[in-house]
Design a protein around this ligand. Sequence first.
Ligand SMILES: [Zn+2]
Ligand SMILES: [Zn+2]
Length: 248
Amino acid sequence: MLDMLLKDQNIEFQCESSQVSPLTKCTKDDLLSFLEPVQYLETNFYEPVDGWLKPRNWQWDWPMDPTWAPSDTKCDICKATPCDCISTLPKNCYRILYYGAKGRGIQARAPSRGGLVFGKDQYIGELTGKLVPPDTYDDSMTINLNRSDIDEEPVVCQVYCQDRGNWVRLVNHSCKPCARLITKIVSGKARVMLQARQDIYDGAEVTVNYGRGYFKNKNCLCEICAARAQSNQAAIDFNTLSSPEGQG
Ligand SMILES: [Zn+2]
Ligand SMILES: [Zn+2]
């Protein structure tokens, strides 16, 4: 029943982002809480952590929010300062969809069927989460944030979005992605931005490349690898069928 309720929604519910025990064992309050929409983090969450070392070539006070940039730092999108780029990112241009074995993903959505949703190089959104020291996590829910405005571009923190974050964390991996995650200075802060690598049309799944490390111990489920696995299987089936019996 939950599946029916949750399909095709543009919002995410608590039961989708938390571990849900069998429904029969839940109290009424539990059930109601599962149907609450997830509150998205509008901005990254930062709190100081003991032992968080000052990044290489950091020129300012420490400890402090590692995404902070001096007020005269130019925005990578509009090249001006100050600016409002972060609040003018596209809105209502996506929906959360179930993509079979891959789980939830993000589909581009235009007012007109098949219309252009995001142009090549357009910024689609910001990935938000909790800021943690570099090297804290090594998984697909974490991305390193490096600072291109600092000498040698050090990684100053990780954005960790397992527990809280926004819709951008639902973007799936593809070996041939149409978008990418890239660190930029936007409206006075360093941010992990989701950017279109090509024109993206209504109905297309928005995907990024998670990087090699992610698939160390598992098979890739993206459409490229799924098609390859299917044709390999077809070749095996064909060979099995066509090999003469009793040979060898
Ligand atoms: Zn700007
Ligand atoms: Zn793949």
